[in-house]
Design a protein around this ligand. Structure first.
Ligand SMILES: Cc1cc2nc3c(=O)[nH]c(=O)nc-3n(C[C@H](O)[C@H](O)[C@H](O)COP(=O)(O)OP(=O)(O)OC[C@H]3O[C@@H](n4cnc5c(N)ncnc54)[C@H](O)[C@@H]3O)c2cc1C
Length: 492
């Protein structure tokens, strides 16, 4: 816990979703008071809302992000499943068919979390509310920034029911934009006379469709969690089936390059049937669906380069999807946001320890640069994979053909080579850079694999290495037929 005088009297966070909650939690250590300003009404229960439609879809919280969440909210860390986040070993507990092969099920010691995103966000916000110096102002739309002498000194916001033009001013020593992919920061900054921020965009046009099911009591839960991932370039389809909450099964289907999963019953089931593992559609047949299927589309990976913007103002930071949003199939968004917030935490901690002022010229850009550095790895991982699909456009990572060639062997070898499987999930969990996949023994394994050729089809289909034999799938008892909605818990 930092000591000494606060860095400032007031900080404002725009947006009360995952990034905003994490940012506010960090700022509450360094400012006398923190206001989180959120456009939506924030229910104390995990209920879908307009500002976060993605929360209806399955979310992964990667190990690196989870470490930050657990550190900032130790009360949640004590019981993550109660916060909608079920811990699993990244390699051992997941039944994962990826790139045409089953990943080996070996102990990795790396815990990631299968999340009901609505429950997690609500639990995090409840913990944030407990902090005496944090207020959450909901039903309040931020409509602009106040800028004085190259410094953002506050926001203009409009409470629900207020007439247009009645926006009120709220002043602060620091404003953090965590208002998501649709942020109006680029326009707000332009409105106060600053240049337009440069963007990098890799267009992949991914679509999701999710539905919750009730599992019959006899459901073979030892087959979960099950994930079927794309095999680019031939197939860009994915399906994930996890038990998120007691007897509730969340099923998310996805497709890239406009191959969107339908949101009607027949189309949804047909899409699931088209996945390369029959088991997926067999299991789906046995569970009882909720009526609603929720769809969502993400056009691109989108990164905004505030760290390179000429004249970037002091007193302003941008985090989370407002800074960079990814193709969601890699499960990185919340974790990337957590790592960005951790960079801010470190920068503010250093500033406070040094006794220097928050008002120093150029500090905003320096911190934004440190935040941007955390994006290199998730951006590379997401975009290098996306470019395997024909039709994806945008700036290509340097050395892309070699990266893709090497990684395709790593992906196949992670079916049969336990150490490669472990290292691969370490990188995917943003715990280490790709260099750990370039040790002499792994390079040798890749070269040997290149000479020997691909694993044969039988290896690919027979099931994950290291998995104990599973009973055959039998028709299940038709014992429960109630309907469910996302976020609803089954009665005992
Ligand atoms: C289909 C899908 C699946 C995903 N799967 C995963 C996954 O498996 N793992 C993962 O880590 N990430 C995943 N993500 C990404 C993840 O949801 C986000 O990265 C994460 O929620 C962080 O978002 P955020 O808080 O930055 O923004 P958001 O969650 O978009 O929240 C922005 C908030 O700001 C508010 N707001 C917006 N404008 C204003 C304004 N003007 N004034 C006041 N408030 C405002 C909104 O109402 C909202 O509450 C997925 C995304 C999608 C679309």
């Amino acid at each position: 816990m930092p000591t000494g005088p606060f860095l400032g009297e007031h900080a404002i966070v725009i947006g009360g979703s995952v990034s905003g909650i994490l940012a506010a939690r960090v700022l509450s250590d360094h400012f006398e008071r923190v206001s989180v300003v959120e456009r939506d009404f924030l229910n104390a229960r995990p209920i879908g809302r307009k500002g976060t439609p993605q929360a209806r879809h399955f979310h992964l919280l990667l190990a690196a992000g989870a470490a930050v969440v657990r550190d900032l909210f130790p009360e949640l860390a004590a019981d993550m499943p109660a916060a909608g986040a079920i811990p699993v070993d990244s390699a051992k507990d997941l039944r994962w068919f990826h790139f045409g092969v089953w990943k080996a099920r070996v102990e990795s010691g790396i815990t990631l979390y299968l999340c009901n995103r609505m429950v997690l966000e609500t639990a995090m916000r409840a913990e944030l509310r407990r902090r005496a110096n944090v207020e959450i102002v909901d039903d309040c739309d931020v409509v602009g920034l106040i800028c004085e002498d190259q410094r953002i000194t506050g926001i203009r916001c409009q409470r629900k029911g207020q007439e247009e033009g009645e926006a009120e001013a709220l002043h602060a020593d620091l404003v953090v934009d965590a208002s998501g992919r649709g942020t109006r920061s680029p326009r707000w900054l332009a409105d106060v006379g600053l240049p337009r921020v440069r963007e990098s965009e890799v267009r992949v046009n991914v679509g999701y469709a999710s539905r919750v099911y009730r599992m019959p009591r006899s459901f073979p839960s030892e087959r979960l969690p099950l994930a079927v991932f794309p095999k680019p370039p031939e197939s860009g389809r994915l399906g994930v089936m996890v038990s998120v909450d007691g007897g509730v099964l969340m099923v998310t289907l996805g497709g890239v390059c406009r191959d969107y999963p339908p949101t009607n019953n027949e189309g949804f089931v047909e899409f699931a049937r088209s996945l390369p593992i029959d088991e997926f559609s067999i299991l789906l047949n046995e569970a009882k669906p909720a009526p609603a299927i929720h769809g969502y589309q993400v056009p691109s990976n989108l990164r905004r380069h505030y760290d390179r913007m000429p004249g970037y103002p002091d007193g302003y930071l941008v985090v989370g999807d407002a800074l960079c949003s990814f193709n969601p199939i890699y499960g990185q968004g919340m974790s990337a946001a957590a790592l960005q917030v951790q960079a801010i935490q470190r920068a503010l901690g250093r500033l406070r320890a040094s006794g220097r002022s928050l008002r120093a010229r150029g500090l905003g850009r320096r911190i934004q640069r440190q935040v941007a550095r955390t994006l290199s790895l998730p951006w590379l991982l997401a975009t290098a994979e996306d470019f395997r699909f024909a039709g994806v456009t945008g700036p290509r990572p340097f050395g892309l053909p070699i990266i893709q060639w090497y990684v395709s062997h790593i992906l196949q070898l992670s079916a049969t080579h336990p150490e490669i499987a472990r290292r691969f999930v370490r990188v995917l969990n943003l715990l280490a850079g790709p260099t750990i996949l370039f040790t002499p023994s792994i390079v040798f394994a890749v070269l040997w694999h290149t000479i020997r050729g691909r694993p044969n089809a039988r290896l690919a289909m027979r099931g994950p290495l290291g998995e104990p034999p599973l009973p055959d799938l039998r028709p299940l008892a038709d014992d429960e037929g109630e309907h469910l909605e996302t976020g609803e818990r089954p009665s005992a």
